[in-house]
Ligand binder design. Structure first.
Ligand code: URA
Length: 413
C-alpha cells in the first residue's frame, strides 16, 4: 500500500476502507510506517474527521494489534471510563463498589496528562502499589478479588499506546474520531459486557461544549453497539472540580472517605449515578455497600494484592506531606457562584501534581484540598481552599490562581 496516497486521500476527506486502515495500523506497530507519516495521517483525521465505519475499523485494528482479556464464565464483566476531569477520583471508588456488588471489573486506566489527573498516578501515591500488572496476573486478580486496576501493558492495544504518545506531541489529541478509537479499543479489549462512559464537558474537560461531548458520547456508544457491548453514556459538566480535593494523594484520601460512607455529596452522587448503570443492583443496595464498608473491603483487598499496605492508607497525609500548607480565605461573604475547574486544574498542575510531558514524574503530595463548592454560602474570612506546596513561591502563584477561579456573589436581602 502506498501510504502517502492514503494520507492524501484522508486529507481530501475521502472515506478509507477498513482493510486500508488495518494495513496502516499494522505498519505503524511494526515500524514500517514511520512517525512522520502517522502524524500527517492523524492531522488529516483531526481536520477531516472519520465516518462511523472508519472509526469502527480503526478501533478494531487497534484491538487486534495486541491481546485481549479472556474471562472464564462467571459474574458480569463491567467497567466505566471517564474522558477525564479535575478532581475526578470516581474510578477509585466505583471499581471496588461495583466489585462488591458482585461484578468483575478489569479496569485499565491511564496517567494524568495536561490539567487532568490520572487514576494510575493517584493509585501510585499508595506506597508499593503496582499498576504494572501482566495480563496473566490481571486475570488471576480479577477472579480472586473481582477487580484489578492497572496500566496498559505493551501487549494491550500497543497501536493505541504508540499512537496516543504521537498525538500528544503533534497537537492531535482532541479529535473525536481518534479519542473514540483510542478509548473504545482499550475498553473493548477488556472484553466487557457493560460499559458506562462518563463524558465530561466544560472548562476542566477535553470537550469544552456539551454539543461536542454529545458527539463523542454518540460515537463511542455506536462503536460499543457494533461490538455487542451494552454502552451507556452519561454527560457530566466539569466546570467545577469534583469533590473538594485536587492532587494525587489528596484525592486518594478523599476517595477513602467516600469508601467509608462519607465524602463530598457531588462525588458520592456521581459514583452512584455511574455504578447504577453497570452494577446490576439497585441504587439503595449500592448505598448500603458504601455505608457498610463492603466497598472499602474490596478496595483494601485490591491494595494488598497489588503491593500496598493497609496501615499506609490511614496515614497518606503524613507519608506525602508538602512543606508549605497555605490556607486561602475569602475576601468577601456571599454565595459561591464559580469555582473554575480549568483554573484549579492548572494551579494543581503547576504545583507539581500533573505533568507537562508523558515521561515527567508527578509529585504525590502537592495539590489543593478543602475547596468550597458552588452554591455554598460563606462569610468574609472563611476558608475557601488549602494549598499543599513545596515552596512559598509556588504557593503564592497557586493562591492567585485560586482567588481568580472562585467567585463569591453578594446575597441580596
Ligand atoms: N484518553 C484516551 O485513552 N485516549 C484519548 O485519545 C483521550 C483520552
Amino acid at each position: 500500500m502506498h501510504i502517502p496516497t492514503l494520507i492524501a486521500r484522508k486529507r481530501e476527506g475521502e472515506e478509507l476502507e477498513a482493510v486500508e486502515i488495518e494495513c496502516l495500523i499494522n505498519g505503524y506497530v511494526t515500524g514500517e510506517v514511520p512517525d512522520y507519516q502517522m502524524s500527517a495521517f492523524a492531522m488529516a483525521v483531526f481536520f477531516q474527521g472519520m465516518t462511523p465505519r472508519e472509526i469502527a475499523a480503526l478501533t478494531g485494528s487497534m484491538i487486534r494489534s495486541g491481546v485481549v482479556f479472556q474471562h472464564p464464565s462467571g459474574s458480569p464483566v463491567v467497567d466505566k471510563h471517564s474522558t477525564g476531569g479535575i478532581g475526578d477520583k470516581v474510578s477509585l471508588i466505583l471499581a471496588p463498589l461495583v466489585a462488591a456488588a458482585g461484578c468483575r471489573v478489569p479496569m485499565v486506566s491511564g496517567r494524568g496528562l495536561g490539567i487532568t489527573g490520572g487514576t494510575l498516578d493517584k493509585l501510585e501515591s499508595i506506597p508499593g502499589f503496582r499498576v504494572g500488572i501482566s495480563m496473566e496476573e490481571a486475570g488471576e486478580l480479577l477472579e480472586k478479588n473481582g477487580l484489578v486496576m492497572m496500566g496498559q501493558t505493551d501487549r494491550f492495544c500497543p497501536a493505541d499506546k504508540k499512537l496516543y504518545a504521537l498525538r500528544d506531541v503533534t497537537g492531535t489529541v482532541p479529535s473525536i474520531a481518534l479519542i473514540t478509537a483510542s478509548i473504545m479499543s482499550k475498553k473493548m479489549a477488556e472484553s466487557l459486557e457493560k460499559l458506562v462512559l462518563d463524558v465530561k464537558w466544560g472548562s476542566g474537560a477535553f470537550m469544552k461544549t456539551k454539543e461536542d461531548a454529545r458527539k463523542l458520547a454518540d460515537e463511542m456508544a455506536a462503536v460499543g453497539a457494533e461490538m455487542g457491548v451494552e454502552v451507556t453514556a452519561v454527560l457530566n459538566e466539569m466546570s467545577e472540580p469534583l469533590g473538594r480535593t485536587v492532587g494525587n494523594a489528596l484525592e486518594v484520601i478523599e476517595s477513602i472517605e467516600c469508601l467509608n460512607g462519607g465524602g463530598p455529596d457531588d462525588l458520592r452522587k456521581i459514583v452512584l449515578d455511574l455504578s447504577e448503570k453497570i452494577a446490576g443492583v439497585s441504587r439503595g443496595k449500592l448505598e448500603e455497600l458504601l455505608d457498610s464498608g463492603a466497598a472499602r473491603k474490596k478496595f483494601d483487598e485490591m491494595v494488598i494484592s497489588q503491593g500496598g499496605a493497609l496501615e499506609d492508607l490511614g496515614r497518606l497525609d503524613e507519608i506525602h506531606k508538602a512543606e508549605v500548607i497555605r490556607e486561602v480565605f475569602s475576601a468577601s461573604g456571599g454565595g459561591v457562584s464559580r469555582v473554575d475547574a480549568g483554573i484549579i486544574g492548572q494551579a494543581s498542575l503547576e504545583l507539581g501534581a500533573g505533568r507537562a510531558k508523558a515521561e515527567d514524574a508527578v509529585d504525590f503530595a502537592v495539590g489543593i484540598d478543602r475547596l468550597v463548592k458552588i452554591g455554598e454560602k460563606i462569610s468574609e474570612g472563611d476558608l475557601i481552599a488549602r494549598i499543599h506546596s513545596r515552596t512559598e513561591e509556588a504557593a503564592d502563584l497557586a493562591m492567585a490562581q485560586i482567588l481568580a477561579a472562585i467567585r463569591v456573589d453578594p446575597i441580596s436581602e
